[in-house]
Write a protein that binds this ligand. Sequence first.
Ligand code: TMP
Length: 207
Amino acid sequence: MRGRFITFEGIDGAGKSSHIEALAGWLRQHGHRVLQTREPGGTPMAEVVRELVLHKPMDALTESLLVFAARRDHLESVIEPALAAGTTVLCDRFTDATFAYQGGGRGFDRAVLAQLEAWVQNGRQPDLTLWFDVSPEVAAARRAVAREPDRFEAEKAAFFDRVRAGYAARAAGAPERIVRIDASGSLEDVWARVLAVAQARHAGGGP
Ligand code: TMP
């Protein structure tokens, strides 16, 4: 049986990382083989691209081409083989992030992004996407206690308003795939929401 492909999205500071970790543990306890990976990144080549995208100045088209190039390598060499082997793949960000950040945040042409998506993914989409939705104000407060900001984290609140709207538009276009998780409140509250979705969507699934 093919593995399930689950992705995690949200503006920087939405707090998805600890929940990915917790969900991986929960799935393993339930007998699933789990691969945790991330974008941009997940292969040696894509991790090099990540460094460029996060730290070097570039325009929105260059950014989009780079994240899709990294995605192609990641899909071909890591994600597809894992799914084919029956492994559940948990990926921290995927193409919804490109529509939200490059399309929403940067205002880049979504029709071009859709063309790149079609070339790179050849119809492949995640089976389930958890969108951690939180206001830019709450996210900024969470980021303030974290690390040195990268090119995206250094952006102003208005940028994250546009990214959030970009996620909302993607979610509206794929309501069966993208589940909005209210990411405000405590870690425990948010985890309870994540678990409820996992139980509803994963019940009865094999490893
Ligand atoms: P992370 O720190 O959550 O791993 O995300 C890396 C940053 O890259 C985050 O600010 C969002 C950004 N990003 C894009 O702009 N486009 C993309 O396609 C992806 C996957 C991430």
